[in-house]
Design a protein around this ligand. Sequence first.
Ligand code: IDP
Ligand code: MG
Length: 137
Amino acid sequence: MSEQTLVLIKPDGVERGLTGEVLRRIEAKGYRIAELTKLTATPAQLAEHYAEHEGKPFFQPLVDFMLSGPIVAAVVEGEGVIAGFRSLCGVSDPTAAAPGTIRGDLGRDWGEKVQKNLVHGSDSPESAEREISIWFG
Ligand code: IDP
Ligand code: MG
């Protein structure tokens, strides 16, 4: 089986009608969408998903943001997809994210305590395995 990563389209992406655009970029790159679902996250899922950020000043704003509306979760697969999707995303800060990336082309700073940056992608094989089990059991 080729590599898999966990992608989330965050509430800002869904609310702004960018689900199709994000999925289009994933498919246009050549990756395969193996699983896809729209859901409302629970506090327990988010505590687990963002455990590494607990205690940071943006942690509670991040959790509140992720609870603010529906999200889309996907398992995306292909050789090198973990690094490849991070590259498609661009860096976390949408102001700094390069044009051509999802965050660089479609995101901006809205002056809030959390950066609303449209998407999440796993950062390592260990994170991918852990995160896929959070969102897809
Ligand atoms: P990543 O999503 O690019 O992997 P992480 O460092 O894992 O970035 O942070 C998780 C999420 O928390 C980011 O995507 C962003 O929404 C938010 N975030 C990260 N750092 C900051 C910050 O310094 N201020 C506000 N929000 C942040
Ligand atoms: Mg991260």
